[in-house]
Design a protein around this ligand. Structure first.
Ligand SMILES: [Fe+2]
Ligand SMILES: [Fe+2]
Length: 270
């Protein structure tokens, strides 16, 4: 089982990079399932049903979200009607959306995807991600061997700790949210592939995807300037993970950072 997991897709440049790169990677690398963090797809914050359809059309099978999940209200009906998008599992039980998605990969085998929020330096009050992981994993059918956890968190220590906590119980723990890819990918001793952050899929001529001049000006002057999504140097970042489908253990993890071969056509913010 080969998975492509894509880090935070930011705005039009991020979606464009997906449109150009995902279909090629799926074909060339024999990818069985594509998972992407889409919480920044709508002009840098949130997701709309139209954008979700586009991402599905590019070959993305399951979307995870994060602290920006409810930023666009239009996403609410999608969160209840689609079984291919998950909310963080450690939000309150009343929060709209699924705690885990189980989809059938291209090779006919099930893949479970769940997402968790970190609690340090995050603006959302979430429950303990460790206990939420235990609860959701305890409810999963034993026939589901391939399990992916997106740990959406600011601090590296929380992510590393969750990787060790789930080692041997899930196929992969991948970090998102910081938009900066880390070079610490490895397979932990009990077979869980791990990376602290997959990195951003979006414009790198920027500060974390936003117009770099506006961010610098805001920080230097103390006067807020609108943080529009940047446009140039779009790249797709993430990882390709190979999993033993009998045991669910990861065999290898490869970090990827691929420039969009085509410039993003001019257009609106979305
Ligand atoms: Fe986030
Ligand atoms: Fe993000």
């Amino acid at each position: 089982m080969r998975l492509l997991i894509i880090g935070d897709i930011v705005g039009r440049p991020g979606k464009h990079a997906c449109s150009q790169i995902v279909p090629r990677l799926v074909g060339e690398r024999g990818i069985d399932c594509v998972i992407a963090n889409a919480e920044n797809a709508a002009a840098g914050s949130g997701l709309t049903p139209q954008m979700f359809s586009k991402l599905r059309h590019y070959g993305i099978d399951v979307c995870t979200m994060g602290d920006h999940i409810y930023r666009r209200r239009e996403v609410l009906p999608l969160l209840t009607s689609s079984d291919r998008i998950v909310r963080p599992a450690n939000l309150p039980p009343e929060a709209t959306g699924l705690e885990v998605a189980v989809v059938t990969a291209r090779n006919g085998l099930p893949v479970a995807v769940l997402s968790l929020l970190g609690r340090t330096f995050m603006n959302v009050r979430a429950d303990c991600p460790f206990h939420a992981a235990d609860r959701v994993l305890g409810q999963l059918d034993h026939g589901v061997r391939t399990i992916v956890v997106d740990m959406h968190a600011e601090v590296t220590s929380e992510k590393v700790a969750l990787g060790w906590y789930l080692d041997g119980r899930v196929s992969a723990v991948v970090g998102t949210h910081t938009h900066v890819q880390t070079a610490d990918e490895r397979v932990l001793p009990r077979g869980t592939a791990y990376i602290t952050d997959l990195g951003m899929t979006g414009p790198y001529d920027s500060v974390l995807g936003r117009d770099k001049d506006a961010v610098v000006k805001s920080l230097v002057t103390g006067v807020p300037h609108p943080y529009n999504v940047a446009t140039d140097d779009a790249r797709l970042c993430g990882a390709i993970i190979e999993i033993d489908e009998q045991t669910g253990q990861a065999r290898r993890i490869e970090r990827i950072n691929i420039p969009d071969p085509q410039p993003v056509p001019p257009g609106g913010e979305e």
